[in-house]
Design a protein around this ligand. Sequence first.
Ligand code: APR
Length: 320
Amino acid sequence: TGRKKIALIGSGMIGGTLAHLAAKKEMGDIVLFDIAEGMPQGKALDLSQCGPVEGFDAKITGSNDYADIAGADVVIVTAGVPRKPGMSRDDLLGINLKVMKSVGEGIKNNCPDAFVICITNPLDAMVWALREFSGLPHNKVVGMAGVLDSARFATFLAWEFDCSVKDVNAFVLGGHGDTMVPVTSYTTINGIPVNDFAKIKGVSESRIDEIVDRTRKGGGEIVGLLGNGSAYYAPATSAIAMAEAYLGDQKRILPCASYVDGKYGLDGLYVGVPTVIGADGTEDVIEIELSDEEKSNLKVSTDAVEELLEACKGLDSSLA
Ligand code: APR
């Protein structure tokens, strides 16, 4: 027993935010790993010095040596490069695939029993590749996207309806790209289907469509505004929710990029689906009923993911 160990591979904008959140929540001791020398050590010192002010006990260290992630209970991966304005997530494939190879080996050799949450983009392809390179069981490797995408959807809906974000239960399926599928039929405002609530509030269908579209492009909107780098606060807090579900055996149903083999007519693919997260990692995938239009939108999205997997196999023959 003793404290849990959280290893963060990549100590950039998301990695640093993850470390701060995990420390504040006293989820365990934290190792910030990065290939950049000095940076994770510097962030670890800075974050450690939040402890006396915020009142948390967590040992936070920085490292450039994979040996220091040994025995980690949870690994959250953000290593790689983020988007620049005008880039799609898919444009990162070549660079980040190589990064996943070294990270996968680092995990395999040092903490093969960990629960691994991947954030690096293009997400659905990178989590698949990371699983392949690490050799961990599929239920122990998952991608963070749906919690973030549905948080974006919920935020925009709460603004539109002038209601509390706490009452919005937003639902997003599919790949973490411009083809993602915000599912309005399963989105509710405290149990009231969103389309019914829109009628009550006098919000038009086309306005809901605009919100769906803004959700799909939600990451790009932030990339454009920041000018340098991509979103990090909400991605980090979304991954922390997933880590807490695992560490606390919460059996939460969260939209995650999970391995789907059979359900949704899919054949061994990582893509965003409602997933039960508990002490066994991704314990189950919930297959919901979809309309024909939702099914065909999901197909467009999974086809896009499959294309990226083919591209990965073309770039690295060990994946073929
Ligand atoms: N091993 C470990 N760390 C690496 C490697 C590697 N091979 N290559 C790059 N890194 C590190 C960089 O040194 C950097 O510190 O990954 C870190 C990434 O941090 P940022 O550039 O700040 O990017 P961030 O905003 O955190 O996003 C990381 O998550 O959302 C995705 O698209 C985003 O793929 C990107 C990732």
